[in-house]
Design a binder for this molecule. Structure first.
Ligand code: SAM
Length: 287
């Protein structure tokens, strides 16, 4: 919700006194939601929420950074891109306009995976983006070999950066779904996770502006929306070991069709924390 008369604007950058406090910064911005302004002040100053709200003396550099962040948010840059990083389970991830911002429902997919799988030796994350699922799993299962694949070389670079910054050793590959995986993995994957793009092209028109700032390749799968998921399902039992598990995030508006793609496995739909049907979980049959 936007309010009127912002005190700071792209054309005017009022010079404040050197003794300005963080609380003054926050109250000057009335056209962005208060909780966002507080987060922008935290990012600009490197201080905690409590410190920002109680008030401390800000430096001219911090003021300038805060004003830049406010302007970026005003033109609908996602808050997390401005902050530069997001927590995801046990890891902290750089996010920018090369990758999707990991969503809470995907963090729930991670929780679901670690609660259902016991000591996996080989894990594959197709459509890895920032590497969130792959790195969360690598941190939880340090003995596993984790492969992370993305079609976007830019996204793969972010995943590699995040692996390094979290001190985790995973194999990041660029390519189309299974194509870059070593053939030696066929029939040996214990856990395959994916949060593929699952919007239909026609849905783009109704996306909020900050979602439109995220990569289209991360959002849109094709004319129908289930094209990438369908291709994941088609080949998954060649890569899973017998009894191996696949877990994919799906569109809440395409539950039946998504489940149908996994009919050759023992597959069910699972709900997220809001009760929305959001994941397909399947096991390769053991014969
Ligand atoms: C919905 S985003 C998910 C990113 C991340 N795993 C997450 O949960 O936030 C989908 C990702 O799949 C990648 N992608 C799209 N088509 C692909 C394909 N055919 N093969 C591999 N990756 C693909 C996109 O570049 C994007 O990074």
């Amino acid at each position: 919700m936007r309010h009127s008369s912002p005190r700071t604007s792209p054309t005017s950058s009022p010079r404040r006194s050197d003794t300005e406090r963080s609380t003054d910064l926050v109250i000057t911005v009335t056209d962005l939601p208060h909780h966002e302004v507080v987060r922008l002040a935290m990012a600009a100053t490197g201080r905690s929420r409590t410190e920002v709200l109680v008030g401390f003396e800000v430096t001219p550099d911090q003021v300038a950074r805060f004003e830049t962040y406010v302007e970026r948010r005003r033109v609908n840059e996602p808050l997390q891109y401005i902050e530069g990083s997001v927590p995801f389970g046990p890891v902290e991830l750089l996010v920018d306009d090369r990758v999707l911002v990991p969503r809470p429902e995907t963090e729930y997919l991670f929780e679901l995976a670690i609660s259902r799988v016991d000591s996996p030796a080989v894990i594959v994350d197709l459509c890895t983006g920032s590497g969130n699922l792959a790195l969360g799993l690598a941190s939880t299962f340090p003995d596993a070999t984790v492969y992370a694949v993305d079609l976007s070389a830019d996204a793969a670079a972010v995943a590699r950066h995040n692996a390094r910054s979290n001190g985790l050793d995973i194999v990041v590959l660029t390519g189309d779904l299974y194509e870059p995986l070593p053939p030696g993995l066929l029939g040996s994957v214990d856990l395959l996770v994916a949060n593929p793009p699952y919007l239909a092209a026609r849905e783009v028109a109704s996306l909020p502006p900050d979602v439109l700032a995220e990569p289209m390749l991360a959002l849109v799968a094709g004319e129908r929306g289930d094209e990438v998921l369908e291709r994941i399902a088609l080949d998954v039992d060649r890569w899973l070991r017998p009894g191996g598990v696949v877990m994919c995030e799906i569109s809440e508006y395409a539950v039946a069709v998504s489940l149908g793609h996994f009919a050759h496995l023992d597959a069910v739909v699972e709900k997220d924390l809001t009760g929305t049907e959001r994941f397909v979980v399947g096991h390769r049959r053991t014969e």
